[in-house]
Design a protein around this ligand. Structure first.
Ligand SMILES: [Zn+2]
Length: 694
């Protein structure tokens, strides 16, 4: 029997045939091959050249990275206890390999020799960048540490990877486990029809009578937003906000062993220790080495200044909401479980449309047509359905071709929420672009994963799934990452597409795409009412635009609290002199300084802050805001062009954007790419203007 994790070569694996028992033998084999390549690279007779040193290593480690990536992907979208166990079993060995590679002093010397050789000057820009990045990563990976320090450094990496996995498992378990059953239909008042139908299906699938609500976002959020039942909102909110904490069993169905409080402190201690070993003052300072921002205080200042500018707008939003809740909803004191509901009611009154009404205009297939249309017009490519091997029946695959009909890239779309699939939305790299030694191009492949509500069947009729405008924005966002990955023209794996792009600039192409979701020209083509087929009425669009920055002051403050908490946990916070509860205290202190409303007493939001404790965004959450400055300013170039050409889908500007931002990927610094596209340094004005914070 062939092992599907070993037999796909440069192609794509047969996902459906991958079983948990394939993981260990495949990964052990690939580790062996990779180690052999490392050993060969270190032989005295192996020359410090691209051909002899870099390329064979890239081949071997790419195979390992791709197989391991496939397993990680399946672990995220089709989790089973067996798969999780096999993944967890191999994780330490894989982590150990990468960390030993990063610390390999002999290999570091070989790379250094290459960087100082005459051959280096003959390499192309992308290849030079790969070597420079490697040297930097070697240093960050501990290559210059003493032999006494190295074992400890490796232990830190293992332990961090284990803790991150544990953190994320706890969040998933705490989210999966909770079910709230409603038996009396009167308790469903205010909820949209599809949320009720989904709750019915959930109950049926669990062999329960009634309507079952869970903490998965598509089940949880409609309750918070629409349910008139304050008790129901409170119950779900309290369970949601205490997930993976010591309060999880009191307010939900949590178990004490899923409490992430200690896990967080342990992670912060390890990160701080790692940073100090490498000669940095703290982890935030270390994290800046591969970023566009220069210093810890520059980022802190950026967030604080932003907070000051947003605060008056947040204060105004908060006063509006309180006033409205008191006079129109008879809610004297707004509780956290009232916020989304009161906001939605206020929005409906002020702009007289509901998210649910709007949602009827966004059937998923129509949204995809609209999205693909934009990409085709702006970037001169064609997108068509394809039939690649897949891991679930609901997954769709597509191919992207250029004007000559040549294949540029492929992508997968895994649209719907289901049990065993991690929540949220993301783009991941299934295969990177690379020009192989024989001159053939290995085209990039992307995974686009979302958690939209699946199609519902009522009385034997399947209704097209519709998604909220927020979901549309999410879809565009992830697709923006996908375009960065897929439209690259760089042929060197380490800097093609999103590879090697500075962390705080990586959200430029994704947030850039979100802007199109607010254009009348785009929305006309992208909407069709799920029952009547009518496009979005202009009147509704105008209300939507009027409501676009509705409560953006509060929303911005919330994001800034997340960003600053992350930043300070990794800089000013001293994890060695702190107790686990101090993390929560710091988040409260920052909240009180930045935000205009207090954090709920029982809120344990840091315990599910997977971005920084399990998603690799430690000391990096600020990058969303940082990159928003870049993306808003880049989009402003299209607005300027539209004033002349009459269309926001200006192909000339699109072509320049494609060439200067998307195609170059990580092969040159983001600051330079931005300047090449815009002709000047980034400015914050467009962001404040777009967000109603000017
Ligand atoms: Zn993103």
């Amino acid at each position: 029997m062939k092992n599907p994790l070993l037999s796909f070569g440069h192609g794509l694996p047969d996902y459906s045939s991958i079983k948990a028992e394939h993981i260990k033998p495949a990964i052990q084999e690939l580790l062996k091959v990779a180690q052999k390549a490392v050993d060969h690279a270190l032989l005295p007779e192996t020359k410090s050249t691209w051909e002899d040193l870099v390329e064979p290593l890239e081949n071997a480690t790419e195979s390992l990275g791709r197989s391991w990536g496939i397993i990680g992907h399946l672990n995220s979208v089709a989790d089973t206890p067996e798969l999780r166990e096999a993944y967890g079993e191999m994780l330490p060995e894989v982590t150990a390999f990468w960390s030993s590679l990063g610390q390999n002093l002999a290999l570091y010397r070989k790379y250094k020799a290459l960087s100082e050789s005459t051959e280096f000057k003959s390499l192309n820009f992308a290849e030079q960048k790969v070597i420079q990045n490697s040297l930097r990563d070697f240093r960050l990976g501990g290559a210059e540490l003493s032999d006494e320090q190295k074992p400890r450094f490796a232990d830190i990496q293992d332990e961090q990877a284990r803790l991150a996995k544990e953190f994320s498992d706890h969040v998933l378990d705490a989210t999966d486990h909770f079910v709230h059953l409603i038996k009396d239909p009167a308790d469903l008042k205010g909820l949209p029809e599809d949320a009720i139908a989904a709750a019915k299906e959930t109950a049926t699938s669990k062999e329960l009578e009634g309507w079952a609500f869970t903490l998965h976002f598509p089940s949880y959020f409609p309750v918070m937003q629409f349910s008139e039942n304050r008790e129901l909102r409170k119950t779900l909110y309290q369970a949601y906000i205490t997930r993976a904490s010591e309060l999880g069993s009191q307010y939900g169905d949590g178990k004490p062993e899923w409490d992430n409080t200690k896990n967080m402190l342990d992670q912060l201690r390890l990160k701080d220790e790692e940073a100090k070993m490498l000669g940095f003052a703290n982890y935030a300072a270390l994290s800046l080495a591969p970023k566009m921002a220069r210093t810890v205080s520059e980022v802190d200042q950026f967030l604080e200044d932003f907070g000051k500018r947003a605060r008056p707008h947040g204060q105004k939003d908060w006063e509006d909401l309180q006033e409205f809740a008191k006079t129109r909803l008879a809610i004297e004191k707004l509780e956290p479980w009232d916020m989304a509901y009161a906001s939605e009611q206020l929005k409906q009154e002020r702009y007289s449309f509901s998210e649910n009404e709007l949602k009827q205009y966004f059937p998923l297939p129509q949204v995809l047509n609209g999205l693909f249309g934009i990409i085709q017009t702006l970037f001169g490519v064609k997108i068509e359905e394809d039939s690649l091997p897949k891991w679930h029946k609901d997954v769709q695959s597509f191919k992207v071709t250029n004007s000559k009909g040549q294949l540029i890239a492929n992508f997968y779309l895994d649209p719907y929420a289901r049990p065993g699939k991690r929540g949220g939305a993301w783009m991941d790299d299934a295969r990177g672009r690379r020009v192989l030694a024989n001159g053939e191009v290995q085209t990039p492949v992307a995974y686009l994963v979302c958690n939209f509500p699946p199609p519902i069947t009522i009385d034997g009729v399947t209704k097209q799934p519709t998604i909220t405008h927020d979901d549309v924005i999410t879809m565009f966002h992830e697709c923006g990452h996908g375009l960065h990955h897929m439209l690259t023209q760089v042929g060197t794996l380490g800097v093609s597409g999103i590879n090697g792009v500075e962390w705080d600039a990586v959200e430029l192409p994704s947030q850039f795409m979100e802007n199109f979701c607010w254009e009348w020209e785009v929305l006309q083509k992208m909407t069709a009412h799920v029952e009547t087929g009518a496009t979005l009425p202009k009147e509704l669009f105008e209300k939507m635009i009027a409501g676009k920055n509705f409560q953006n002051g509060l929303g911005t403050l919330r994001q800034l609290v997340f960003s600053l908490t992350d930043w300070r946990l990794h800089s000013t916070f001293n994890p060695h002199k702190s107790e686990a509860n101090d993390i929560l205290s710091l988040s409260r202190q920052i909240n009180n300084a930045i935000h205009v409303t207090a954090q709920s007493d029982i809120s344990r939001w840091p315990n599910t802050f997977s971005h920084i404790f399990a998603g690799g965004y430690s000391a990096g959450y600020y990058s969303y805001k940082w990159a928003e400055v870049l993306s808003a300013d880049a989009y402003a170039a299209f607005e300027e062009a539209a004033k002349l050409s009459g269309s926001i889908l200006d192909a000339k500007t699109g072509e320049r954007y494609r060439q200067e931002i998307l195609e170059v990927g990580g092969s040159r610094p983001a600051a330079e790419s931005f300047k090449a596209f815009r002709g000047r340094e980034p400015q914050i004005d467009a962001l404040l203007r777009h967000g109603g914070l000017a």
